[in-house]
Design a protein around this ligand. Structure first.
Ligand SMILES: C=C1C[C@]23C[C@H]1CC[C@H]2[C@]1(C)CCC[C@@](C)(C(=O)O)[C@H]1[C@@H]3C(=O)O
Ligand SMILES: O=C(O)CCC(=O)C(=O)O
Ligand SMILES: [Fe+2]
Length: 350
Protein backbone atom coordinates (compact mmCIF):
# COMPACT_ATOMS: atom_id res chain seq x y z
CA UNK A 1 0.00 0.00 0.00
CA UNK A 2 1.44 3.34 -1.03
CA UNK A 3 1.33 5.64 1.98
CA UNK A 4 1.38 8.81 -0.12
CA UNK A 5 -1.82 8.00 -1.92
CA UNK A 6 -3.54 5.82 0.64
CA UNK A 7 -3.23 8.30 3.46
CA UNK A 8 -3.88 11.61 1.78
CA UNK A 9 -7.14 11.99 3.70
CA UNK A 10 -6.41 9.85 6.72
CA UNK A 11 -3.34 10.30 8.81
CA UNK A 12 -2.93 8.25 11.93
CA UNK A 13 -0.67 9.88 14.45
CA UNK A 14 2.69 8.16 14.76
CA UNK A 15 2.11 5.54 12.10
CA UNK A 16 5.28 4.64 10.29
CA UNK A 17 5.38 3.41 6.71
CA UNK A 18 5.85 -0.11 8.05
CA UNK A 19 2.62 0.13 10.01
CA UNK A 20 0.70 0.74 6.78
CA UNK A 21 1.42 -2.83 5.69
CA UNK A 22 -0.81 -3.93 8.54
CA UNK A 23 -3.84 -2.57 6.68
CA UNK A 24 -3.35 -5.07 3.87
CA UNK A 25 -5.66 -8.01 4.42
CA UNK A 26 -5.18 -11.47 2.91
CA UNK A 27 -6.56 -11.47 -0.62
CA UNK A 28 -10.32 -11.21 -0.35
CA UNK A 29 -12.69 -12.47 -3.01
CA UNK A 30 -14.93 -10.03 -4.82
CA UNK A 31 -14.33 -6.86 -2.82
CA UNK A 32 -16.59 -4.72 -4.91
CA UNK A 33 -19.42 -7.22 -5.05
CA UNK A 34 -22.08 -6.02 -7.42
CA UNK A 35 -24.38 -8.83 -6.38
CA UNK A 36 -27.13 -7.63 -4.04
CA UNK A 37 -28.20 -9.70 -1.07
CA UNK A 38 -31.93 -9.48 -1.82
CA UNK A 39 -32.86 -9.67 1.86
CA UNK A 40 -36.47 -8.92 2.87
CA UNK A 41 -37.47 -5.32 3.51
CA UNK A 42 -39.97 -5.82 6.31
CA UNK A 43 -42.74 -3.34 7.09
CA UNK A 44 -43.10 -3.61 10.87
CA UNK A 45 -46.66 -2.28 10.59
CA UNK A 46 -47.45 -5.04 8.11
CA UNK A 47 -49.14 -7.60 10.41
CA UNK A 48 -47.62 -10.19 12.76
CA UNK A 49 -48.02 -13.38 10.69
CA UNK A 50 -46.53 -12.02 7.44
CA UNK A 51 -43.70 -10.35 9.36
CA UNK A 52 -42.82 -13.52 11.29
CA UNK A 53 -42.70 -15.57 8.05
CA UNK A 54 -40.32 -13.12 6.36
CA UNK A 55 -38.11 -12.95 9.47
CA UNK A 56 -38.00 -16.74 9.69
CA UNK A 57 -36.90 -17.27 6.10
CA UNK A 58 -34.18 -14.58 6.36
CA UNK A 59 -32.89 -15.98 9.68
CA UNK A 60 -32.78 -19.56 8.39
CA UNK A 61 -30.77 -18.42 5.35
CA UNK A 62 -28.28 -15.79 6.56
CA UNK A 63 -29.66 -13.89 9.58
CA UNK A 64 -30.18 -10.41 8.10
CA UNK A 65 -33.19 -8.32 7.06
CA UNK A 66 -34.09 -4.63 6.80
CA UNK A 67 -37.04 -2.91 8.51
CA UNK A 68 -39.17 0.10 7.67
CA UNK A 69 -41.98 1.68 9.72
CA UNK A 70 -39.79 0.74 12.67
CA UNK A 71 -41.02 3.53 14.96
CA UNK A 72 -37.65 5.25 15.34
CA UNK A 73 -38.03 8.96 14.54
CA UNK A 74 -36.09 9.69 11.34
CA UNK A 75 -35.28 13.20 12.62
CA UNK A 76 -33.63 11.65 15.67
CA UNK A 77 -31.60 9.28 13.46
CA UNK A 78 -30.48 12.24 11.34
CA UNK A 79 -29.53 14.32 14.40
CA UNK A 80 -27.43 11.51 15.87
CA UNK A 81 -25.85 10.97 12.45
CA UNK A 82 -24.98 14.70 12.35
CA UNK A 83 -23.39 14.49 15.83
CA UNK A 84 -21.38 11.47 14.73
CA UNK A 85 -20.14 13.28 11.59
CA UNK A 86 -19.32 16.33 13.70
CA UNK A 87 -17.26 14.20 16.06
CA UNK A 88 -15.33 12.33 13.37
CA UNK A 89 -14.53 15.59 11.59
CA UNK A 90 -12.87 17.05 14.69
CA UNK A 91 -9.08 17.35 14.58
CA UNK A 92 -7.28 14.23 15.76
CA UNK A 93 -6.10 15.82 19.04
CA UNK A 94 -9.71 16.66 19.99
CA UNK A 95 -10.80 13.07 19.29
CA UNK A 96 -7.82 11.77 21.25
CA UNK A 97 -9.17 13.58 24.35
CA UNK A 98 -11.73 10.78 24.60
CA UNK A 99 -9.36 8.03 23.50
CA UNK A 100 -10.66 4.64 24.55
CA UNK A 101 -8.66 3.26 27.46
CA UNK A 102 -7.73 -0.43 27.57
CA UNK A 103 -10.61 -2.47 28.99
CA UNK A 104 -13.15 0.35 28.59
CA UNK A 105 -16.10 0.36 26.21
CA UNK A 106 -16.25 4.14 26.07
CA UNK A 107 -14.34 6.30 23.69
CA UNK A 108 -12.58 6.89 20.41
CA UNK A 109 -10.11 4.58 18.77
CA UNK A 110 -8.68 4.12 15.31
CA UNK A 111 -7.94 0.87 13.53
CA UNK A 112 -8.02 -0.99 16.88
CA UNK A 113 -4.28 -0.33 16.77
CA UNK A 114 -4.03 -0.74 20.54
CA UNK A 115 -5.67 -4.19 20.44
CA UNK A 116 -4.55 -5.82 17.23
CA UNK A 117 -1.24 -6.02 15.46
CA UNK A 118 -2.17 -7.57 12.12
CA UNK A 119 -4.93 -6.91 9.58
CA UNK A 120 -5.93 -3.55 10.95
CA UNK A 121 -9.40 -2.33 9.95
CA UNK A 122 -9.56 0.92 7.94
CA UNK A 123 -11.84 2.74 10.33
CA UNK A 124 -12.22 5.07 13.26
CA UNK A 125 -14.56 4.03 16.04
CA UNK A 126 -16.58 5.98 18.57
CA UNK A 127 -18.09 3.74 21.24
CA UNK A 128 -20.66 4.70 23.84
CA UNK A 129 -22.08 2.04 26.09
CA UNK A 130 -25.42 2.48 27.79
CA UNK A 131 -25.64 -0.28 30.32
CA UNK A 132 -28.65 -0.34 32.60
CA UNK A 133 -26.27 0.25 35.45
CA UNK A 134 -24.02 2.80 33.70
CA UNK A 135 -22.60 5.26 36.14
CA UNK A 136 -23.87 8.68 35.18
CA UNK A 137 -20.57 10.39 35.80
CA UNK A 138 -18.72 8.19 33.29
CA UNK A 139 -21.19 9.07 30.51
CA UNK A 140 -21.39 12.74 31.46
CA UNK A 141 -17.66 13.26 31.52
CA UNK A 142 -17.26 11.43 28.27
CA UNK A 143 -19.77 13.54 26.36
CA UNK A 144 -18.54 16.76 27.93
CA UNK A 145 -14.98 16.06 26.77
CA UNK A 146 -16.13 14.99 23.29
CA UNK A 147 -18.68 17.69 22.52
CA UNK A 148 -17.89 20.60 24.83
CA UNK A 149 -20.63 22.97 25.95
CA UNK A 150 -23.31 21.42 23.72
CA UNK A 151 -22.89 18.04 25.30
CA UNK A 152 -26.23 18.05 27.18
CA UNK A 153 -28.39 18.18 24.06
CA UNK A 154 -26.08 15.78 22.21
CA UNK A 155 -25.99 13.32 25.06
CA UNK A 156 -29.77 13.46 25.29
CA UNK A 157 -30.05 12.61 21.58
CA UNK A 158 -27.69 9.63 21.99
CA UNK A 159 -29.71 8.41 24.96
CA UNK A 160 -33.02 8.85 23.14
CA UNK A 161 -31.54 6.96 20.19
CA UNK A 162 -30.43 4.07 22.40
CA UNK A 163 -33.83 3.98 24.16
CA UNK A 164 -35.58 3.85 20.77
CA UNK A 165 -33.22 1.08 19.62
CA UNK A 166 -33.85 -0.90 22.81
CA UNK A 167 -37.62 -0.60 22.31
CA UNK A 168 -37.30 -1.66 18.67
CA UNK A 169 -35.04 -4.59 19.53
CA UNK A 170 -37.52 -5.85 22.13
CA UNK A 171 -40.34 -5.76 19.61
CA UNK A 172 -38.12 -7.65 17.14
CA UNK A 173 -37.52 -10.19 19.94
CA UNK A 174 -41.32 -10.75 20.04
CA UNK A 175 -41.35 -11.40 16.29
CA UNK A 176 -38.34 -13.74 16.60
CA UNK A 177 -40.15 -15.64 19.38
CA UNK A 178 -43.29 -16.03 17.27
CA UNK A 179 -41.29 -17.05 14.22
CA UNK A 180 -39.59 -19.84 16.19
CA UNK A 181 -42.86 -21.06 17.73
CA UNK A 182 -41.69 -19.92 21.18
CA UNK A 183 -43.90 -17.88 23.50
CA UNK A 184 -44.16 -14.32 22.13
CA UNK A 185 -42.66 -12.77 25.25
CA UNK A 186 -39.95 -15.39 25.88
CA UNK A 187 -37.01 -13.57 24.27
CA UNK A 188 -38.45 -10.12 24.94
CA UNK A 189 -38.49 -10.86 28.69
CA UNK A 190 -35.01 -12.36 28.48
CA UNK A 191 -33.53 -9.12 27.12
CA UNK A 192 -35.64 -6.65 29.13
CA UNK A 193 -32.80 -6.14 31.66
CA UNK A 194 -30.12 -6.47 28.97
CA UNK A 195 -27.31 -4.07 28.25
CA UNK A 196 -26.63 -2.21 25.04
CA UNK A 197 -23.62 -0.97 23.19
CA UNK A 198 -23.66 1.79 20.59
CA UNK A 199 -20.68 1.91 18.28
CA UNK A 200 -20.26 4.43 15.48
CA UNK A 201 -17.89 3.63 12.64
CA UNK A 202 -16.24 6.09 10.30
CA UNK A 203 -14.60 4.60 7.21
CA UNK A 204 -12.33 7.16 5.52
CA UNK A 205 -11.99 6.87 1.75
CA UNK A 206 -9.04 4.75 0.73
CA UNK A 207 -7.01 4.81 -2.47
CA UNK A 208 -6.19 1.15 -1.97
CA UNK A 209 -9.74 0.11 -1.09
CA UNK A 210 -9.42 -3.32 -2.71
CA UNK A 211 -6.50 -4.29 -0.46
CA UNK A 212 -8.02 -3.48 2.89
CA UNK A 213 -11.26 -3.88 4.83
CA UNK A 214 -13.21 -1.47 7.03
CA UNK A 215 -14.46 -4.29 9.23
CA UNK A 216 -13.16 -7.82 8.69
CA UNK A 217 -15.38 -10.89 8.22
CA UNK A 218 -17.18 -11.71 11.46
CA UNK A 219 -20.41 -12.63 13.18
CA UNK A 220 -21.43 -10.27 15.96
CA UNK A 221 -20.98 -12.09 19.28
CA UNK A 222 -23.93 -10.10 20.67
CA UNK A 223 -27.61 -11.08 20.27
CA UNK A 224 -29.23 -8.60 17.89
CA UNK A 225 -27.70 -5.76 15.89
CA UNK A 226 -29.57 -2.76 14.50
CA UNK A 227 -27.44 -0.86 12.02
CA UNK A 228 -28.03 2.49 10.42
CA UNK A 229 -25.86 3.07 7.38
CA UNK A 230 -25.61 6.18 5.23
CA UNK A 231 -26.28 5.89 1.51
CA UNK A 232 -22.67 5.07 0.49
CA UNK A 233 -22.91 1.30 1.05
CA UNK A 234 -20.20 -1.16 2.06
CA UNK A 235 -21.89 -3.76 4.26
CA UNK A 236 -21.69 -7.27 2.79
CA UNK A 237 -22.99 -10.69 3.85
CA UNK A 238 -21.42 -14.07 3.11
CA UNK A 239 -24.06 -16.41 1.72
CA UNK A 240 -24.09 -19.13 -1.00
CA UNK A 241 -20.27 -19.11 -0.83
CA UNK A 242 -19.86 -15.46 -1.84
CA UNK A 243 -20.09 -11.91 -0.58
CA UNK A 244 -23.28 -10.00 -1.40
CA UNK A 245 -23.94 -6.31 -0.74
CA UNK A 246 -26.64 -4.95 1.53
CA UNK A 247 -28.05 -2.01 -0.42
CA UNK A 248 -28.73 1.08 1.72
CA UNK A 249 -32.46 1.91 1.66
CA UNK A 250 -33.54 5.40 2.76
CA UNK A 251 -35.27 5.30 6.14
CA UNK A 252 -34.60 1.58 6.64
CA UNK A 253 -32.60 -0.01 9.44
CA UNK A 254 -30.58 -3.19 8.95
CA UNK A 255 -31.18 -5.93 11.52
CA UNK A 256 -28.91 -8.93 11.94
CA UNK A 257 -28.64 -11.79 14.37
CA UNK A 258 -25.49 -12.40 16.38
CA UNK A 259 -23.97 -15.51 17.97
CA UNK A 260 -25.80 -15.08 21.27
CA UNK A 261 -29.20 -15.21 19.61
CA UNK A 262 -28.12 -18.13 17.44
CA UNK A 263 -27.19 -20.00 20.66
CA UNK A 264 -30.56 -19.01 22.19
CA UNK A 265 -32.30 -20.58 19.17
CA UNK A 266 -30.18 -23.74 19.55
CA UNK A 267 -28.51 -22.89 16.24
CA UNK A 268 -31.82 -22.92 14.32
CA UNK A 269 -31.24 -19.31 13.29
CA UNK A 270 -28.00 -18.16 11.66
CA UNK A 271 -25.65 -15.64 13.15
CA UNK A 272 -25.00 -13.40 10.14
CA UNK A 273 -21.44 -13.54 8.65
CA UNK A 274 -20.69 -10.02 7.41
CA UNK A 275 -17.93 -7.46 6.76
CA UNK A 276 -17.62 -3.85 5.59
CA UNK A 277 -15.58 -2.80 2.57
CA UNK A 278 -14.25 0.72 2.08
CA UNK A 279 -14.54 3.08 -0.81
CA UNK A 280 -11.99 4.77 -3.04
CA UNK A 281 -13.88 8.03 -3.41
CA UNK A 282 -16.34 8.29 -0.52
CA UNK A 283 -16.13 8.11 3.24
CA UNK A 284 -18.88 6.22 5.06
CA UNK A 285 -20.55 6.25 8.47
CA UNK A 286 -22.48 3.47 10.20
CA UNK A 287 -24.11 3.56 13.64
CA UNK A 288 -24.41 0.14 15.19
CA UNK A 289 -26.58 -0.75 18.17
CA UNK A 290 -25.82 -4.11 19.78
CA UNK A 291 -28.34 -5.71 22.12
CA UNK A 292 -26.71 -7.92 24.75
CA UNK A 293 -28.13 -9.92 27.68
CA UNK A 294 -27.49 -8.87 31.27
CA UNK A 295 -23.95 -9.94 32.18
CA UNK A 296 -24.92 -12.82 34.49
CA UNK A 297 -27.71 -14.21 32.30
CA UNK A 298 -27.20 -17.84 31.29
CA UNK A 299 -27.54 -18.37 27.54
CA UNK A 300 -29.53 -21.56 26.89
CA UNK A 301 -32.29 -22.27 24.38
CA UNK A 302 -35.94 -22.84 25.43
CA UNK A 303 -36.82 -26.51 25.86
CA UNK A 304 -39.06 -26.68 22.78
CA UNK A 305 -36.08 -25.97 20.51
CA UNK A 306 -34.20 -28.99 21.87
CA UNK A 307 -35.17 -32.57 20.98
CA UNK A 308 -33.66 -35.98 20.28
CA UNK A 309 -33.50 -34.89 16.61
CA UNK A 310 -31.95 -31.56 17.50
CA UNK A 311 -29.62 -31.96 20.45
CA UNK A 312 -28.03 -28.99 22.24
CA UNK A 313 -25.64 -27.25 19.82
CA UNK A 314 -23.77 -25.15 22.43
CA UNK A 315 -23.17 -25.48 26.17
CA UNK A 316 -24.72 -23.04 28.66
CA UNK A 317 -22.64 -19.90 29.04
CA UNK A 318 -22.86 -16.47 30.64
CA UNK A 319 -22.81 -13.37 28.41
CA UNK A 320 -20.05 -11.82 30.54
CA UNK A 321 -17.78 -14.82 29.91
CA UNK A 322 -18.39 -14.66 26.16
CA UNK A 323 -17.80 -10.89 26.14
CA UNK A 324 -14.53 -11.30 28.06
CA UNK A 325 -13.43 -14.00 25.61
CA UNK A 326 -13.82 -11.50 22.74
CA UNK A 327 -11.90 -8.78 24.55
CA UNK A 328 -9.11 -10.78 26.20
CA UNK A 329 -8.54 -14.03 24.32
CA UNK A 330 -9.88 -13.95 20.79
CA UNK A 331 -10.29 -11.52 17.91
CA UNK A 332 -13.91 -11.69 16.78
CA UNK A 333 -14.34 -13.45 13.41
CA UNK A 334 -16.85 -15.79 11.79
CA UNK A 335 -15.99 -18.68 14.14
CA UNK A 336 -16.03 -16.92 17.53
CA UNK A 337 -18.84 -18.99 19.02
CA UNK A 338 -17.34 -22.33 17.90
CA UNK A 339 -13.95 -21.37 19.33
CA UNK A 340 -15.48 -20.03 22.54
CA UNK A 341 -17.32 -23.35 22.97
CA UNK A 342 -14.02 -25.26 22.62
CA UNK A 343 -12.28 -22.84 24.99
CA UNK A 344 -15.09 -23.19 27.54
CA UNK A 345 -14.94 -26.98 27.48
CA UNK A 346 -11.14 -27.03 27.80
CA UNK A 347 -11.26 -24.57 30.73
CA UNK A 348 -13.99 -26.38 32.66
CA UNK A 349 -12.88 -27.72 36.03
CA UNK A 350 -12.58 -31.52 35.86
C1 LIG B 1 -18.64 -7.83 22.07
C2 LIG B 1 -18.20 -7.02 21.13
C3 LIG B 1 -16.93 -7.24 20.37
C4 LIG B 1 -17.01 -6.16 19.30
C5 LIG B 1 -17.69 -5.05 20.05
C6 LIG B 1 -18.87 -5.77 20.70
C7 LIG B 1 -19.91 -6.02 19.60
C8 LIG B 1 -19.37 -6.49 18.25
C9 LIG B 1 -17.86 -6.73 18.12
C10 LIG B 1 -17.18 -6.17 16.85
C11 LIG B 1 -17.68 -4.77 16.54
C12 LIG B 1 -17.44 -7.01 15.61
C13 LIG B 1 -16.48 -6.56 14.47
C14 LIG B 1 -15.03 -6.72 14.89
C15 LIG B 1 -14.70 -5.93 16.17
C16 LIG B 1 -13.29 -6.29 16.58
C17 LIG B 1 -14.65 -4.42 15.79
O1 LIG B 1 -14.37 -4.13 14.64
O2 LIG B 1 -14.80 -3.58 16.66
C18 LIG B 1 -15.71 -6.31 17.27
C19 LIG B 1 -15.73 -5.66 18.63
C20 LIG B 1 -14.52 -5.88 19.51
O3 LIG B 1 -13.97 -6.99 19.62
O4 LIG B 1 -14.17 -4.92 20.20
O1 LIG C 1 -20.20 -0.68 9.22
C1 LIG C 1 -20.79 -1.69 8.86
O2 LIG C 1 -21.55 -1.75 7.88
C2 LIG C 1 -20.62 -2.98 9.63
C3 LIG C 1 -20.08 -2.78 11.02
C4 LIG C 1 -20.12 -4.03 11.81
O3 LIG C 1 -20.34 -5.10 11.31
C5 LIG C 1 -19.91 -3.97 13.27
O4 LIG C 1 -19.56 -2.88 13.80
O5 LIG C 1 -20.09 -5.02 13.92
FE1 LIG D 1 -20.87 -6.61 12.84
Amino acid sequence: MDSNTAFDSFVYPNFSKLDLEKFIWPKQENHSSNEELNEPLIDLEGGAAATADLVRSACLRHGLFQVINHGVDLNLINSVNDHVNFFFNLPIDAKMRVHRLPGSFWGYSFAHADRFSLNLPWKEIFSCIFRQDASDSEGGLFFESAFGHDFHKIRLDFEKYCDAMKKLSLSIMEILGMSLGVDKVYYKDFFEDGSSLLRCNFYPRCEEAAQTLGTGPHCDPTALTILYQDQVGGLQVFVDDRWKSVTPRPGALVVNLGDTFSALSNGVYKSCPHRAVVNKSMERVSMVYFLCPAEEKVIKPPTNLVSSERLRQYPDFKWLDFLNFTQKHYRVDVATLQNFTKWLISHQPT
